[in-house]
Structure formats: structure tokens, C-alpha cells
Design a protein around this ligand. Structure first.
Ligand code: NAP
Length: 251
């Protein structure tokens, strides 16, 4: 299927590995020019080499720590300068933050900053340009809204769902869509750390995942790529699980 993505441009945060990296490769294969952001430059450089080997355009690499003040605007400015405009934003940087009930406020602030505020700020930095051009695709990688323990990321990502819905109403008539993907357990660096042994993985799978396995990053990347395309123009304000049936509720 031709997704009509040739010549479009995208920013991807959390591109150094995991889900962001998989989406980067898929979009590059569809002819999208990329600005890739993360802290670990060597990983971004190896991704750049892989993308060129796949026939994609050499991406712009931005080494950035999203904890730094003004980092979202920094990423948006570099992307705009290098690519001229931004058609697509993939917000993939983030991570689980399981905590105790009595965790200090700094722990909450850190998790909310990375998993909600920075993502929102970067989105706000690119939306005016998308509005002007009449095309925008924003895909946020969020997570389950069925908490199993106290986790700052659950609260932050639920905030992303609600904020995204509001934004989708505001900008749908300008050709901008905003959607959230909820990974269940997809094998990336953070999931490998959470379930370090085959036994730990099997134990979780047996009790929770009807598909009887963890997912692969590319299984989410293909859906994200479709959502970025002009073909997905009528899909906005959604929260879509990619979890092998792990979520228990239909809504
Ligand atoms: N994999 C899953 O099953 C799963 C489940 C639920 C939710 N999610 C969500 O999906 C998103 C991607 O997950 P993943 O599994 O691919 O995560 P991951 O393997 O931990 O990768 C996270 C990415 O975010 C970047 N990042 C983290 N902190 C950053 C910071 N301060 N500044 C800049 N970049 C930062 C990392 O790059 P550097 O370290 O190089 O900076 C990395 O590229 C996350 O938001 C995660 O919470 C994933």
C-alpha cells in the first residue's frame, strides 16, 4: 500500500532505541525525512547509518536531554531549520516510574516532566507550523490506563490522553490529527530491564497476555506509520492499545 508519505518530514523523540527507533526506520523507508532526538549520540549515529543503508535520507541528529529547560523548543528549532517544516511528530521519549506511596515530590515532578510536560511543550512548538501548512500528524506513545501499582508514568500518560483529545478537537479542521498508542509489553530496553529473565517474562505473559508473548517494536511502528499518513486523515483523538489483548476493558 502506498502511504503517500514520500517527502514528508518528522521529528521523533526517544529515537535512540526501542519504539522510537523502530518508528524512525519505518518512516524512513516510506521516504520521510527525519530529525531524531535523544541523549545517546552513538545510538542515534548507528540508527542514521541503518536508515541510509535502507535507502532513507540522512537524518538530522539532535543530542538533547529533555529534562533541560527549553529543550522542546531547541529540538523544534533545529528540525525547522534543517527540514523547513514539520509534518509529523512522534513523542516516544518517556518511561515507567514505579514508586512507593511516600515518594517525595521531586520523584513525581520528574516523571510528570518527562512523560507529560515536555511532550506537550514540543507539540505546542510544532502545531502552529502544521496549522499554517494544513497538515499535521502527532502520535504519542503513552501506556496502560489500568494501573497495577503506583506509577508516575500512568498518571502522566493518562494526562496525555485527555490533553490529546482536547487538542484533536481544536485542530481537526486544520488537517492535524493527534492520536495515542498504548504499548502493552513490547520488547525494548526498559521492558528488558523490568523482566530480565525468560522466567520473569513467562510469568507475566502467562497471567496477562492473551497473545502469549511480548510484542516486537515493529508491530507498533507499522500502526504509527499508518497514523502519520494522509490515509489516516479521519482518525484523530483516539487511544489505541497495541498489547496482544492485555488490556481488560473494551473502553
Ligand atoms: N515498551 C513498552 O512495552 C512500553 C509500555 C508502556 C509504555 N511505553 C512507552 O513508550 C515510550 C517508548 O518506550 P520504549 O520501551 O521504547 O522505551 P525505552 O526503551 O526506555 O526508550 C526510551 C527512549 O526515550 C529516550 N529518553 C529517555 N529519557 C530521555 C531524556 N531525559 N531526554 C531525551 N530522551 C530521553 C531514550 O533515549 P536516551 O536514553 O538515548 O536519551 C530512549 O530513546 C515511552 O514513553 C514508554 O513509557 C512503552
Amino acid at each position: 500500500m502506498d502511504l503517500h508519505l514520500q517527502g514528508k518530514t518528522a521529528i521523533i523523540t526517544g529515537a535512540s532505541q526501542g519504539l522510537g527507533r523502530a518508528i524512525a526506520k519505518r518512516l524512513a523507508q516510506e521516504g520521510v525525512e527525519l530529525t531524531l532526538a535523544a541523549r545517546r549520540l552513538p545510538l542515534l549515529e548507528s540508527l542514521s547509518t541503518e536508515i541510509e543503508a535502507l535507502g532513507g535520507k540522512k537524518p538530522t541528529l539532535v543530542t538533547v536531554d529533555l529534562y533541560q529547560k527549553d529543550s522542546p523548543q531547541y529540538v523544534a528549532d533545529i528540525a525547522k531549520k534543517q527540514m523547513g517544516r514539520i509534518d509529523i511528530l512522534i513523542n516516544a521519549a518517556g518511561g515507567s516510574r514505579m514508586i512507593e506511596f511516600d515518594a517525595p515530590v521531586e520523584v513525581w515532578d520528574e516523571g510528570i516532566l518527562l512523560n507529560f510536560s515536555r511532550l506537550r511543550e514540543l507539540t505546542h512548538a510544532v502545531v502552529p507550523g502544521m496549522k499554517e501548512k494544513g497538515y499535521g500528524r502527532i502520535v504519542n506513545l503513552t501506556g496502560s490506563s489500568e494501573p497495577r501499582s503506583i506509577n508516575v508514568a500512568n498518571a502522566a500518560k493518562a494526562a496525555v490522553h485527555v490533553w490529546s483529545k482536547a487538542l484533536s478537537h481544536e485542530f481537526a479542521s486544520f488537517g492535524i490529527t493527534i492520536n495515542c498508542l498504548q504499548p502493552g509489553r513490547i520488547m525494548t530496553e526498559q521492558i528488558a530491564k523490568m523482566y530480565p529473565t525468560p522466567e520473569a517474562r513467562q510469568h507475566f505473559i502467562a497471567g496477562n497476555i492473551p497473545a502469549a508473548r511480548f510484542g516486537e517494536p515493529d508491530e507498533l511502528a507499522t500502526l504509527a506509520t499508518f497514523l502519520c499518513s494522509p490515509l489516516a486523515a479521519y482518525i484523530t483523538g483516539t487511544v489505541i492499545p497495541v498489547d496482544g489483548g492485555m488490556s481488560r476493558f473494551a473502553f
